[in-house]
Design a binder for this molecule. Structure first.
Ligand SMILES: [Zn+2]
Length: 185
């Protein structure tokens, strides 16, 4: 299992990585959330992000066998990532810890135009292969896509709603009061 410096994450030679073609060359690393400023822009209260908060990221890069008539196979990247983000619950307006889970496949093609055309129809993401690929930006893009449109607690009540107020006040049973008096005397 390899790991990279942050600098290396931003300049990955995917072709070379794919050509190694070894399962053992998976990358698995915890990346500090503070690296992801675009993602953190979604957090209403940044003081709720722990200093050591991190995204756990795993990446595998591999070549698929060439199609008939093609010289070489395509470079693929399989990415999984997990992080937690403190957002605001849209029901009670209190902080809620939201899990972000990424499980994405990316196929690389030669040109930007080809990537745009194929990305429309392909199930996987299609991106143009660059000699120095910014893997950190890809991870951040995918984490941002994993942020829910509406963050909610599993169970909570709207702000200002107090279930105790809504229920009719408990009536005191006069006989119960008498019984209680008898017991204490
Ligand atoms: Zn809530």
């Amino acid at each position: 299992m390899m790991s990279l410096s942050i600098n290396e994450w931003q300049r990955v030679n995917l072709s070379r990585w794919a050509a190694r073609g070894v399962e053992g060359d998976a990358l698995s690393q915890a990346l500090p959330l503070k690296l992801f400023s675009r993602l953190l822009a979604d957090v209403p209260d940044s003081s709720l992000v722990a200093i050591d908060a991190a995204a756990n990221v795993s990446v595998r890069v591999f070549l698929t066998p060439p199609n008939p008539g093609e010289a070489k196979g395509a470079v693929w990247l399989a990415l999984t990532a997990h992080a937690e983000l403190p957002l605001t619950c849209q029901r009670c307006l209190k902080p809620v810890r939201v899990s972000l889970d990424v499980d994405q496949q990316v196929r690389f093609v030669e040109t930007e135009a080809q990537a745009e055309a194929e990305d429309e129809i392909a199930k996987e993401d299609v991106l143009a292969l660059t000699p120095e690929f910014d893997l950190l930006a890809l991870v951040e893009d995918e984490l941002i896509l994993a942020v829910p449109l509406v963050a909610l607690h599993g169970e909570c009540s709207p702000e200002g709603y107090d279930p105790a107020v809504e229920e009719p006040p408990e009536k005191t049973n006069p006989f119960a009061v008498l019984a209680a008096l008898k017991k204490t005397s």
